[in-house]
Design a protein around this ligand. Sequence first.
Ligand code: ADE
Ligand code: ZN
Length: 340
Amino acid sequence: MIDPKLNEFIVALPKAELHLHIEGTLEPELIFELARRNNIKLNYASEGELRRAYAFKDLQSFLDLYYAGASVLITERDFYDMTMAYLKRAQADGVCHTEIMFDPQTHTERGVAIETVFAGIARAVREMQQQAGLTSYLLMSFLRHLSEESAFETLEAALPLREQYKDIWVGIGLDSAEVGNPPDKFQRVFTRCKELGFRLVAHAGEEGPPQYVRDALDLLHVDRIDHGVRSEEDPDLVKRLIREQIPLTVCPLSNLKLCVVDDMQDHNIARLLRQGLVVTVNSDDPAYFGGYVGDNYRAIATSLKLSKAELAKLADNSLVASFLPGYRKNQLRQQLQAML
Ligand code: ADE
Ligand code: ZN
């Protein structure tokens, strides 16, 4: 159990969540509700049975369930409901800004129009911004188990929507099965996205080797690395990440659930932080991994005995590593300093 005072401190920290798959926020209750609404038959008899299946041995065993869960998303309202539910939970955790990944190919492959995906997510994002001041950016992500050609097709399909969503759609990501799908597979499409002026992120060094982190930097020219925890195996890479202040969006509960680490007490986020890496705390797929961003802060605070100053540094890193404009970053960082 966490000390209530420490919990209050964690919630009060102004923080950004930078590594979040919106499809990974679908709680079993909402999966069942959307399945009923859309007349979709699920392979599980109840919400409890579905939740009990969330025992993963690796990334792929999770991805199989995650894509099955996303199959209940059909209408604009479904994407809106999912996004709004997440934003409310993020707000309750003291999140002031989020950068949300979504995977259009998961939906277009099932015949859902990309316009529907954008519209539902964006409506919730804009509503929450107006009503509560919680800002969000969108990172459209390519599935790396599919071809680069499919990524190019997705980009072409989305570009006509760019003007309509230019206030929120700022970047491009790369996710799904990492090992066997190295960064170089997506070098041409990422080059194109950079030319188009998008901010770039890629998952690397979650299950894949440190070389994938190097290649994400050198071949894809990403601004941040999603996960990156395996970078620690390569001391020269660690030195580079410190020197270049490349942010890592670390997801402690995800790493535990997907057996990237065996025990939270062994997680390297505290070591990386203490060496001077720009590490941040995020929830990845909170409905599947046992907690939202606040739960991730609480888990590492207790397991790794982080000080308040270290927790505040993690929150500050999240503001620094965000794609917010400089003036807004400064405002939020000042709020954080004022709280301390
Ligand atoms: N898609 C959703 N969550 C992911 C993760 N942790 N790694 C890779 N792809 C993902
Ligand atoms: Zn992820």
